[in-house]
Write a protein that binds this ligand. Structure first.
Ligand code: FES
Length: 114
């Protein structure tokens, strides 16, 4: 009998770092990450992409790549983004979350850490 692996509950999952630091160190909250998260969530919903078998948008704490902030990461591809404004979010939703095409121009450089 062959074994079929379970399909993933969500097709794609995007996490936004919303971490706020009050000690003066860089953090994604300094770059309006909450507004970007809210915008992404709303956009995914209006595009009809939200839900099981589709897309989930989640908040995250620090993802430890703060120097590239504001940071979002998409799984299962494990693609890291540094976005600037809401039109960047729209592009990630349309291109990557909807159509599976990575938005190359928004990729976080590979060596960027905390
Ligand atoms: S504060 Fe956002 S990755 Fe660390």
């Amino acid at each position: 009998m062959s074994h079929t692996p379970p399909s993933s509950y969500y097709q794609r999952h995007i996490f936004f770092c919303l971490n706020q630091r009050d000690n003066g160190e860089a953090c994604c909250a300094d770059h309006d990450a909450q507004a970007a998260f809210d915008h992404c969530k709303a956009r995914v919903k209006t595009e009809g992409l939200a839900g099981p078998g589709k897309v989930r948008v989640n908040k995250a704490g620090c993802l430890d790549r703060c120097a590239g902030g504001p940071i979002a990461v998409v799984y299962p591809e494990a693609v890291w983004y540094t976005y600037v404004d809401q039109s960047d979010i729209d592009e990630i939703v349309e291109s990557h979350l909807k159509n599976g095409q990575v938005v190359e121009r928004l990729l976080t450089p590979p060596d960027v850490g905390r």
